[in-house]
Design a protein around this ligand. Structure first.
Ligand code: CMP
Length: 147
């Protein structure tokens, strides 16, 4: 069945002018771009989005990076979207990604462990929460596929 996930094109990739290319690769990989918007996160919103990482050594750098410029948020639809998008992104660290999966999004467009070009929800439950975070105007009903 069709599943949704939340994808982000992070500020490093937006700054590098790669947003359109990443969206095209997503569509070529079978994702429907169901909704998209560009926005800049405030410190408070970034801290809320990454609340589960609060207290980790990389948290301040992560929040600083995620508030450093505009990003794209996307609702991506596909069969097995959560797992498929994470596969297309590749390993979290772009340096590792370039060693292990040179054609993945983070290898192609990211910089290092924090500035890694893209984000994707880690589960269907996270996807619902993250889609509501970035797209509160979308009705939850419209985001649940036929059961
Ligand atoms: P993302 O998939 O958005 O989820 C959490 C983010 O934190 C991750 O991508 C990276 O940007 C960042 N991150 C995760 N682990 C580390 C780490 N060990 N060092 C630095 N940044 C990290």
């Amino acid at each position: 069945t069709l599943e949704r996930t939340l994808g982000l094109i992070k500020p490093d990739a937006v700054r590098a002018g790669k947003s359109r290319e990443i969206m095209q690769l997503a569509e070529l990989s079978g994702f429907q771009l169901l909704a998209k918007k560009t926005l800049q996160l405030s410190q408070e919103r970034a801290e809320e989005f990454y609340a589960e990482h609060q207290g980790k050594p990389f948290f301040p750098g992560l929040v600083g990076f995620m508030t450093s410029g505009p990003l794209y948020a996307m609702v991506l639809g596909r069969e097995d979207a959560v797992k498929s998008w994470r596969g297309l992104m590749g390993p979290t660290n772009s340096l590792t990604a370039r060693e292990q999966q040179p054609t993945c999004l983070r290898a192609l467009y990211g910089t290092n462990g924090t500035q890694n070009a893209t984000h994707g929800s880690d589960s269907s439950a996270s996807a619902n929460r993250e889609i509501a975070f970035f797209f509160p105007e979308l009705q939850p009903d419209a985001l649940e596929g036929p059961e």
